[in-house]
Design a protein around this ligand. Structure first.
Ligand code: PRX
Length: 657
């Protein structure tokens, strides 16, 4: 285990601070301690009750869980419902049309307030426009938008007609967008001229234009929202402005009743191979767990809370905890387009003060960045409205956890450290506020209805106090239903490491109370600022450059971003790279990775080496490279085919120039 655990987390296990819930919080909490025992005694029955309580079904279900086609689950399969109806229309029908659904804050300070009644009209218009553009139930729609209200309207419009959406994060390149469009066989792309990032307009449409020239595809139209007013190239028969087709469309639209197992969306994520995986989720089970977890883990009180999740809709957190969970529950939330330091480093705290945000959900990397900027910045703002704080995306180090609690949460707001994945669809392991005595740095307990444990190499559960691999032992409603177009890869990736157990890819340890501490990935997936990146994907981007003969990428511990991408490359003797100054090689290759995948995948450092450490069977020993990247003494190198390689690398790196 220690070989594969990212550095810097060892101190987690000696952490002994404890934070019991206050009696005032406990008295009003949505969650109850007793829920665990009855939910875990009959998990399907527990989830069926949540599905009936939290969702409206056009055809009620009788069947709860069908696991006969394992590892593909079917939940509530004979029922029918519509996600957009549940997220929007029913709140209006119940008399809550005037409640604010979205407080939108643009980076430049422009704002829009969208009530549930507004949302119903906007989503209906968008659904009618999609229909007019030929999108039918079952067709796939790619969404490449900034975090603006139209992104939410489009996702819900797709859900309304049963066209699975595939949101591609705006920070991905044309190349990455193209491969996702092709894999999902998308019929339509919805984009914008651009969005605002770091005080300037940043174009999006050119990446769509470029993507669609890369090769064959099935896209018939590109629907373009005007956000920045920047110049755009236009392909007449293909491109349509949102204002031309959506604004004038009818605001009446009947949601299509869909089977509970109808695909709701595809979301691509990095795996251990170069090709991103299209994780797909269906409707009834996903929405049930999204809604339940959003209500229980954040202690949501719809009448009084103002919720804010800082994730972009391009990630699973944005799907489940910006769009589906909060809207299904009828919550009021803030969405913010920009970066935390534009135009100043207090921007987030200003937004919290302005809207009196009471629940904040963000990533450890953001907390660590704010720590670096200094607590005098948040302390200038009134953050007293905050009552629950969430963390997601990567392990949170105890120091950041304590800072979050003290500086942002006024030493009273409970912190929920939520562990889950694109694949799990919704939160799986987390404290429950008002119930759990929290421990800084631990996600602690599987939620009611979820069965997770830590096992050793032979799939035996480890005793308390020991480490191993995190697995999920029973099916759960929001589990992925597979990898789009590749069910064999689904079984291989998640179900072959341990028989009948879902292998999450994370290392974990149980403490003496049996609580779970996540220790980071044990596979070739890195976690940079809470974003998942694959070492292999970046390696293939690097070797696609003519200068590069071979590349190895590792995730090295980084104080702010959790992990950082560090690449080791061997240059081709005859391709010209070797004649360049090291800075030039570094800049050129970093930009090349940005072009192939996106700026988020740019290596922090690229080191030119003469050899890479390989085992006799030719496998690169990333563990040794990680030691180099983290400036540590290089560990056991006895299994290397050529044991002098590490000395060569070390000598090369310390040599001048
Ligand atoms: O390694 C775990 C880490 O993020 C991975 C999932 O990444 P992704 O699918 O992009 O979803 C991120 C948002 C849900 C996991 O395999 N991870 C996520 N949450 C935590 C975490 N690691 C430790 N603690 C967490 N709370």
């Amino acid at each position: 285990m220690t070989d594969t655990t990212p550095g810097g987390l060892e101190n987690l296990l000696s952490e002994d601070r404890r934070f019991p819930p206050s009696s005032e919080f406990a008295a009003q909490a949505n969650a109850h301690k007793d829920t665990y025992s009855w939910a875990n005694a009959d998990r399907p029955a527990f989830w069926a009750e949540q599905a009936r309580d939290l969702l409206d079904w056009s055809t009620p279900f009788e069947e709860v869980l069908d696991w006969s086609g394992a590892p593909v689950a079917r939940w509530f399969a004979d029922g029918q419902l519509n996600a957009a109806y549940n997220a929007v229309d029913r709140h209006v029908e119940e008399g809550n049309g005037d409640r604010v659904a979205l407080h939108f804050e643009g980076e430049a300070g422009d704002t829009r307030t969208i009530t549930y009644a507004d949302l119903q009209r906007e989503v209906s218009k968008a659904a009618n426009a999609l229909g007019a553009l030929g999108v039918e139930t079952g067709d796939r729609v790619a969404i490449y938008l900034p975090l603006i209200p139209e992104a939410v309207f489009t996702m819900l419009a797709c859900a309304r007609i049963g066209a699975p959406h595939s949101v591609v994060f705006g920070g991905f390149s044309a190349e990455a967008l193209y491969s996702r469009i092709v894999d999902a066989e998308a019929k339509l792309v919805v984009t914008a001229d651009g969005g605002y990032r770091r005080g300037a307009a940043s174009a999006l449409k050119p990446a769509v234009d470029e993507a669609l020239t890369k090769g064959e595809h099935t896209v018939t139209h590109v629907l373009v929202v005007k956000r920045t007013g920047g110049d755009v190239e236009w392909t007449d028969e293909r491109d349509v402005w949102w204002s031309d087709v959506v604004d004038g469309a009818s605001d009446q639209h009947t949601p299509v009743p869909l089977d509970a197992e109808h695909p709701l969306f595809i979301l691509y994520t990095s795996g251990t191979t170069g090709k991103p995986k299209g994780i797909f989720h269906t409707t009834g089970g996903y929405l049930t767990q999204a809604a339940y977890t959003h209500k229980a883990v954040f202690d949501l009180k719809v009448e009084t809370d103002v919720y804010w999740c800082t994730a972009d809709i391009g990630w699973i957190t944005g799907h489940t905890y910006v769009v589906y969970g909060p809207l299904i529950n009828g919550a009021t939330q803030v969405i913010y387009e920009g970066t935390p330091d534009t135009p100043h480093r207090g921007r987030w705290w200003e937004i919290i003060e302005k809207y009196k945000v009471s629940i904040l959900y963000t990533a450890p990397t953001a907390i660590r960045t704010c720590m670096k900027w200094g607590e005098e910045i948040p302390s200038k703002f009134d953050l007293s409205s905050l009552r629950v704080l969430g963390s997601v995306g990567e392990p949170i180090n105890p120091e950041a956890w304590i800072w979050y609690r003290r500086v942002i949460g006024g030493d009273k707001a409970p912190i929920v450290d939520t562990w889950w994945q694109t694949e799990t669809g919704a939160i799986m392991i987390s404290p429950l506020p008002g119930v759990t005595e929290t421990k800084p740095g631990s996600a602690q307990v599987p939620l009611p209805g979820i069965a997770a444990t830590v096992v050793d190499d032979d799939a035996n559960p480890v005793p308390d106090g020991a480490g191993g691999y995190l697995v999920i032992t029973e099916p759960w409603p929001s589990m992925l239903r597979g990898i789009w177009g590749d069910q064999e890869r689904y079984a291989d990736t998640y179900w072959s490491r341990f028989k009948d157990l879902y292998f999450a890819g994370d290392g974990a340890k149980k403490d003496d109370d049996g609580d779970i501490w996540l220790l980071g990935r044990v596979d070739d997936v890195m976690n940079v600022s809470g974003h998942r990146l694959s070492t292999t994907e970046i390696e293939s981007a690097l070797v696609s450059h003519p200068w590069v003969a071979e590349a190895a990428v590792v995730g090295a511990a980084d104080e702010t971003t959790g992990q950082a991408v560090v690449a080791f490359v061997i240059l081709r003797g005859d391709a010209g790279g070797g004649d360049q100054a090291p800075d030039e090689v570094q800049t050129t290759l970093r930009n090349h990775v940005a072009k192939e995948i996106g700026p988020i995948a740019k290596p922090r450092q690229i080191l030119v080496v003469a050899e890479l450490p390989k085992t006799r069977s030719g496998k690169i020993m990333r563990r040794l490279l990680r030691d180099v990247a983290e400036n540590r003494q290089v560990g056991d190198a006895t299994t290397l085919a050529d044991s002098s390689v590490m000395d060569l690398i070390a000598a090369g790196l310390s040599a001048p120039g």
